[in-house]
Design a protein. Structure first.
Length: 85
């Protein structure tokens, strides 16, 4: 094993840390508001106007949470913070 790959060495960066990249388009607070409004059968277009996020990230995010509710498990997410398709 390469010395820098040793997880026991001081200063080792584990996989649980954020490694940079593009921040998620929909953060936790925005998602909570969007989910409440989505549950109230509000159209995605009007949901997107309020937090200032585009419709596309909401169309990608909301179905993953709908599926998680029906299956009873956590939604899977990708490295960019958006749920996997």
């Amino acid at each position: 094993m390469h010395p820098r790959a040793d997880p026991d060495r001081p200063g080792h960066r584990g996989r649980e840390r954020n490694h940079g990249g593009r921040p998620p388009a929909v953060d936790g607070d925005m998602l909570a508001v969007a989910l409440r409004r989505h549950d109230a059968n509000e159209p995605v277009t009007s949901i997107a106007r309020h937090p200032g996020v585009g419709r596309s990230p909401l169309y990608r995010t909301l179905p993953a949470y709908d599926e998680a509710v029906t299956t009873g498990r956590e939604p899977e997410s990708t490295t960019d913070g958006e749920p996997a398709h």
